[in-house]
Write a protein that binds this ligand. Structure first.
Ligand code: XMP
Ligand code: MG
Length: 181
């Protein structure tokens, strides 16, 4: 796997390898399996970024489970826009269900903070968050995050579902932006 990747006008370098990701996803799957055995949890993947992580995390679990997706916010370019829109809603009724919200990355926490407040109104049995990446330094909104793949520094990253203006989602590793000196 290549150490660098060029997307549009920017250069990215590898931060987390494919092997590291796969190992961590397996561990998270084992944790979820233990926690949710006999609960038939509903994985709620947040599109587009979490599509690969959701697929891998589900397959790392060994239990009865279901999946649905939402599409929430617009995130154009490198900065969070502050706009929360539920563009695509859940098809599944979540009342009395155990939900596992699956995110690619939590930055300020704004997206999930608002989304979870909406979900609670529909009275699920429980809500947990599983995120592949967390930028602890960037977190501004209160959020209980139950399952974290990796804490990363406050760098812009792509790969494994994450994009820079739609490029880079197909990469099997996580790449960070190389900033000009
Ligand atoms: P908040 O601030 O709401 O942001 O926690 C979460 C959403 O912002 C996007 N995001 C990123 N996307 N590289 C990306 O490709 C990044 O480094 C990055 N940081 C935040 C992402 O869509 C996430 O759902
Ligand atoms: Mg996302």
């Amino acid at each position: 796997m290549s150490q660098t990747f060029a997307a549009h006008d920017l250069l990215f370098k590898m931060m987390i390898s494919e092997a590291e990701i796969q190992e961590r996803v397996k561990e998270m799957g084992a944790e979820l399996t233990a926690r949710y055995m006999d609960k038939n949890p509903l994985f709620v993947g947040v599109l587009n970024g979490a599509f690969i992580f959701t697929a891998d995390l589900m397959r790392a679990c060994n239990l009865a489970c279901e999946v649905d997706f939402v599409r929430i916010s617009s995130y154009a370019g490198l900065q969070s826009t502050g706009q929360i829109d539920l563009i695509m809603e859940l098809k599944t009724s979540i009342k009395a269900r155990h939900l596992i919200i699956v995110e690619d990355i939590i930055d300020t926490g704004r997206t999930l903070h608002h989304f979870i407040a909406q979900l609670k109104k529909q009275e699920p049995a429980s809500i947990a968050i599983a995120t592949l990446l967390l930028k602890p330094e960037a977190l501004e909104y209160p959020l209980d995050i139950d399952f974290i793949g990796f804490d990363i520094p406050n760098k812009f990253v792509i790969g494994y579902g994450l994009d820079y203006d739609e490029q880079g989602r197909h990469l099997n590793a996580i790449y960070q932006l190389v900033e000009a000196e």
